[in-house]
Design a binder for this molecule. Structure first.
Ligand code: MN
Length: 503
């Protein structure tokens, strides 16, 4: 379980649509079918929270009561609706209008296959999702209600995985609505894209952004007991390859102990305040000996959101992505497009930051090292250095256009470096942006995408898009199929759409 998350106590509610027309015997059977499906989903272990069957709904009042209760119950992170039989959808309208939780329509049916030799009208009436689902969706469409639609038999692993992926986005949505981002210091001076409207963010995503002086942190650092530092240093030795000069007895061991003090001090500040993410800035380090490097790296590994230079939007997006990884191997980090390697169609981007890249994307055992840092004016900071894993990944950025938020996504292929980089003292990852650097960078910049991103090779593009849909923000995808013209056109259409829709 990731830091500060209450996953174990949370639930998805499953409601089943039917009607009285079929009589009590049929309703009883519908209920048994629904309970079997819910048991199957829970046993699949593909859904990150427990699924609870609430009721077979056959009247407008019952729908309103069930969906009203879902909205009012904190532990309910979302609703899965299934139309077992034909459920006349006028009865769903008041309930859907009031539902505030994420909604997924599981368009499945109890029986996988048609029983060719025995099929009769009773069977048809009991397996009418094809009919009922369409009726339900008409009303959802007419209401403009956002929902996820998952089609397929409930026992198929792919259907269960899709439901699990959506559920983890609902979990991130829940987490954001209970989330708090602590900012130590303000924005990096004069930077535009890392700024934004915190009140709009609260309205759109649910999280609070709260500012603190870095001095507020210093007392937490000072309160860390030596024995805790000893234990954390031991963890570094077990997880990473620590350079000899930083080891106990080494001449720079105190710097490693100070990095451990920063990690533990920041962590106790976050735990005490119920924070789910944080930002730092090298322009405000009063009372700190080093720019935090290893500390944010380790705290990201534990699931905290983080971004540098006061970039709370990226910190919050990283936290959301960390929650979306729910229960799977992690591979998500704060990232920055840093340097290009131009070689025509195969041009590459070297992604890194001054220090703060999450070890969850490492392709090798990270080395803990100490090197000078030209900016910040403090002691040499300790950091974990590694090359990132290769394979398909994606960068996501969130910008505040003033009128609305926009997410920009770019699919990338992380590739090995053809040459070692012995003098580069930071964690880094090399990727080929799709479809090419030329198109990707042009489209990204036309969309106003930031240099700060969330890089992930575990959270899917569909999950990030679901998060955009769930929060009602714009999303623009740059992938193998994209051209500058299609992106330009999409941006123009979106501009009109969002003006028109009043968002
Ligand atoms: Mn930066």
């Amino acid at each position: 379980m990731i830091a500060g998350s209450k996953t174990g106590e949370l639930e998805l509610w499953f409601v089943t649509g039917s009607q009285h027309l079929y009589g009590p015997e049929v309703i009883k059977e519908v209920k048994q079918h629904a309970e079997t499906i819910v048991r199957g989903l829970n046993e699949s272990k593909r859904i990150p929270v427990s699924v609870v069957h609430k009721a077979v709904l056959t009247t407008s009042d019952a729908v309103s009561r069930a969906l009203g209760e879902a909205s009012a119950t904190d532990r309910c992170i979302g609703v899965i609706a299934w139309m077992h039989t034909f459920s006349p959808a006028q009865m769903w309208i008041p309930g859907l209008q009031e539902l505030t939780k994420p909604l997924c329509h599981l368009h499945t049916q109890y029986n996988r296959e048609i029983p060719w030799s025995t099929i009769d009208m009773d069977f048809m009436n009991l397996n009418q999702s094809a009919h009922g689902g369409r009726e339900f969706e008409f009303s959802a469409t007419q209401l403009g209600k956002h929902r996820k639609i998952i089609v397929g038999h409930w026992e198929e692993p792919g259907v269960q995985s899709d439901l699990g992926a959506w559920a983890s986005v609902a979990l991130a949505h829940y987490d954001a609505h209970h989330g708090r981002i602590a900012r130590f210091g303000d924005n990096m001076r004069r930077v535009a894209v890392t700024e934004g409207n915190k009140v709009s963010a609260r309205t759109t995503f649910g999280y609070a952004v709260e500012g603190f002086g870095v001095g507020d942190l210093v007392e937490y650092l000072n309160a860390v007991p030596d024995s805790d530092i000893d234990n954390t240093v031991e963890e570094y030795r077990n997880e990473f390859s620590v350079t000899p000069e930083l080891l106990p007895g080494g001449e720079r061991h105190e710097a490693l102990r100070y990095a451990a003090r920063q990690e533990l001090g920041i962590r106790s500040f976050l735990e005490e305040g119920g924070f789910t993410g944080f930002t730092t800035t090298f322009e405000d380090l009063h009372g700190l000996d080093q720019l935090p490097g290893l500390a944010p790296q380790r705290l990201m590994q534990r699931g905290y959101g983080f971004a540098a230079e006061g970039d709370w939007k990226t910190a919050a997006l990283l936290r959301a992505a960390k929650v979306m990884e729910a229960g799977r191997a992690a591979g998500t980090s704060f990232m920055e497009d840093y340097t290009y390697h131009y070689q025509g169609e195969e041009s590459l981007v070297l992604g890194a930051h001054m220090l703060e890249i999450c070890p969850s994307i490492a392709g090798e055992t990270p080395r803990v090292e100490i090197h000078p840092l030209g900016i910040g004016g403090k002691s040499d900071p300790v950091r974990a250095v590694f090359d990132g894993r290769t394979g398909r990944g994606r960068n996501a950025t969130l910008v505040d256009l003033g009128r609305r938020f926009r997410m920009v996504l770019n699919e990338v292929d992380a590739v090995p470096s053809s040459e070692p980089m012995p003098n580069l003292p930071v964690a880094r990852i090399l990727w080929k942006p799709l479809p090419s650097l030329k198109t990707s960078a042009t489209a990204w910049m036309l969309a106003g995408g930031a240099h700060h991103t969330v890089y992930t090779d575990t959270v899917s593009r569909e999950q990030l898009l679901d998060y955009a849909r769930m929060t009602g923000i714009e999303a623009v995808v740059i992938d193998e199929q994209s051209s500058v013209e299609t992106i330009e056109e999409k941006l123009r259409w979106n501009e009109a759409y969002y003006r028109f829709s009043g968002s």
